[in-house]
Design a protein around this ligand. Structure first.
Ligand code: C2E
Ligand code: CA
Ligand code: CA
Length: 611
């Protein structure tokens, strides 16, 4: 590996950094805020992979990481206790002359073993106050050839001094304080109250403020695709965005209190007179619009959108936690329904919640009793209008004979993880079907199966598919995976690794729902997918295809062909659409025009007739 560190190339730390750090302290009201902002600033200026504060731990020769800023994909170590070798700690305990330690993953004799990642240079700066060891500032430099000069070290030491001054102040305050410390009350990123404090405040406010004429609006909001902000602009920008979002939340007219729930999720409690649903939605949308304009400035005018859910507290006996959970349910709905940015929680949603709880509870027995049935929707070749494949789509036949469609349970199962069991069941059923078809000597077409984003979180799915390929002895070319467009945008790395592993096995992968609302145009040329499935939205906007949609379709199809992808159009319902798509160069068509999703027996008949 080419990671020899050149001792001549210095870090070039300048004293300007120290001046700026002093300014940051002046501008901070709380030590906790100063620590965080300083650390962010230092990590960013020096392009560190990580910056951590270690404080002495109760265990001998150990420190605990009490603050951590990660700028790269290093594992999180916050709160971990790190053991140092005796030699290092002795040195620290007895002398002040050795002020810093350098760990170089290429060097033979490292002072610290086991804790530092390969390909990184790590500097530990020691802090001594009144003769006592106070901890380390740990700076991790990624794969660079930089190594500190004496001057660099003096700048780093000065920065460390400033940071540790704040750390010690914070510690003192914390030990002195009788009640909760500020860090327990305040969220370090947004400066807002923490969740627990927020809930207490709102629990107190409800009986006081809610009566026949007054309510409290609980508003849960998250930033649409916040992850992309981090990815495109860096974590520092992401944090800055959250800080500004926090400020904006606390400035909403009528605000009682606000908090950051987690990540980019904020909750606000707002006073409201005689709240009616329409008025509330208008108010929330205008607040969102105003806030989006401010936040857009933080990220070079990139589009910022929110998903908001609202619950209105009208009962003075209501507890805050339930109100928040209703508002949060509404927020999730806003996320699911594309184009809806604010959903107000209604009684109907209580009914839906009850139903989805029912479905969750019934899932294991539905699987056991085969009440979940796989339907197959044919895919038709544009060349000769013969069937060349199918998509497996699940249907739920309940004990009372009613049918439940996937839109009603898939989103819920995706969010609670039940989708994994469900999909494994579907995959097994599909393989069994393929095996039966192969055994019967019938004409067999490949079946595509839907992959939930949840599967990309662990590696098991392909092991399971390997197991099925083996168990049923089905050639891999009979299986294709469909991953919806947004998965690629939100999880590009796991998606790429998934595709590579599929390629190795000879399994094709498609991008499902292309053009349904996300934009993956910038990614499409770099993802080695086999099939582009163009979403049905283009077909469903009117009775006939709109001229503008025709232009888009023509060009998307041409682009995909030039990238050597097979193009499939979904949701095709009319002859006119079929003819247009054929002319445009589309390869495969799926839709009600040729066939609805149908049970296995009907599909086998369909294949016999149209192959
Ligand atoms: P999808 O993957 O986009 O599947 C296509 C959906 O479009 C299906 O809805 C299908 O019935 C419907 N469709 C097909 N042709 C037409 C048409 O010509 N006109 C109209 N209006 N609709 C058409 P379905 O079966 O209700 O499934 C909904 C979604 O649920 C699927 O969207 C897929 O994302 C998910 N899903 C279904 N089965 C499974 C499964 O076994 N596992 C997972 N993870 N997701 C599944
Ligand atoms: Ca699909
Ligand atoms: Ca689709």
């Amino acid at each position: 590996m080419e990671t020899k560190f050149d001792r001549n190339e210095s870090l070039n730390c300048s004293w300007v950094l120290v001046d700026a750090a002093k300014e940051i302290i002046k501008g901070s009201t709380l030590p906790s805020e100063a620590i965080h902002t300083l650390m962010k600033y230092v990590a960013d200026s020096l392009k560190l992979a990580a910056l951590r504060i270690h404080q002495p731990a109760s265990r001998r020769l150990s420190t605990q990481i009490t603050h951590e800023i990660l700028m790269s994909k290093l594992p999180r170590r916050l709160n971990q206790v790190i053991a140092f070798p005796e030699s290092v700690m002795k040195n620290i305990d007895t002398s002040v002359e050795r002020e810093y330690l350098i760990y170089d993953s290429e060097s033979e004799e490292n002072p610290v073993s086991g804790q530092v990642d390969e390909g990184y240079v790590t500097i530990f700066l020691k802090d001594i106050d009144e003769g006592e060891f106070q901890g380390f500032l740990e700076m991790v430099f990624e794969g660079t050839k930089r190594y500190p000069s004496e001057r660099d070290v003096s700048v780093l030491m000065a920065l460390k001094e400033l940071i540790f001054e704040q750390v010690l102040q914070y510690e003192k305050k914390r030990r002195a304080g009788t009640g909760a410390s500020e860090d327990e009350v305040l969220d370090y990123l947004s400066g807002l109250h923490r969740y627990e404090t927020f809930v207490k405040t709102i629990d107190d406010a409800i009986p006081e403020l809610v009566d026949e004429n007054h309510g409290i609006v609980i508003l849960c909001t998250d930033i649409n695709h916040f992850k992309l902000v981090n990815e495109n602009f860096g974590y520092r920008k992401g944090d800055e965005l959250l800080l500004v979002a926090g400020q904006l939340a606390s400035e909403v007219p009528g605000i009682i209190d606000a908090c950051r729930f987690y990540s980019d999720n904020f909750i606000m409690a707002i006073r409201s007179e005689n709240p009616n649903e329409e008025k509330i939605r208008e108010r929330v949308e205008s607040v969102n619009q105003h806030n989006a304009i401010t936040l857009q400035k933080v990220v070079s005018d990139s589009q910022i959108r929110f998903n908001s859910g609202v619950y209105v507290v009208r009962d003075p006996k209501m507890d805050a936690a339930s109100a928040i959970s209703y508002a949060n349910t509404a927020r999730k709905q806003a996320k699911v329904f594309k184009g809806m940015h604010c959903v107000v929680f209604t009684d109907k949603m209580i009914e839906e919640l009850r139903r989805s709880e029912e479905l969750n509870n019934e899932l294991p027995s539905a699987i056991k009793n085969h009440n979940l049935v796989v339907y197959y929707q044919p895919k038709i070749s544009c060349d000769n209008e013969r069937v060349i494949g199918a998509e497996a789509l699940i249907r739920w036949r309940r004990e009372d004979g009613s049918f439940v469609y996937p839109d009603e349970f898939i989103p819920e199962f995706e969010s609670n993880g039940n989708i994994i069991q469900l999909d494994y069941y579907v995959y097994d059923e599909v393989f069994q079907y393929l095996r039966r078809q192969l055994d019967s000597g019938a004409y067999v077409v490949p079946i595509s199966i839907n992959v939930s984003r949840r599967h990309l979180e662990n590696e098991n799915i392909l092991f399971y598919i390997d197991h099925l390929l083996n168990k049923y002895d089905v050639p891999p070319e009979f299986i294709e995976f469909e991953l919806t467009e947004s998965i690629y945008i939100e999880n590009i790395e796991p998606a790429m690794s998934f595709i590579t592993r599929c390629n190795h096995r000879g399994i094709k992968v498609s991008m499902d729902d292309f053009g349904s609302g996300y934009s993956s145009l910038n990614l499409i040329s770099s993802i080695p997918i086999d099939v582009l499935k163009i979403d049905g939205v283009f077909m469903h906007r009117g009775k006939t295809l709109a001229d503008n949609d025709k232009i888009v379709l023509n060009n998307v199809i041409r682009m995909a062909k030039e990238l050597n992808m097979v193009v499939l159009c979904e949701g095709v319902e009319t002859r006119e659409q079929v003819d247009f798509l054929k002319d445009a160069g589309c390869d495969v068509i799926q839709g009600f025009y040729f066939g609805k999703p149908m049970p296995e027996k009907d599909f086998s008949g369909f294949v016999k007739e149209y192959s």
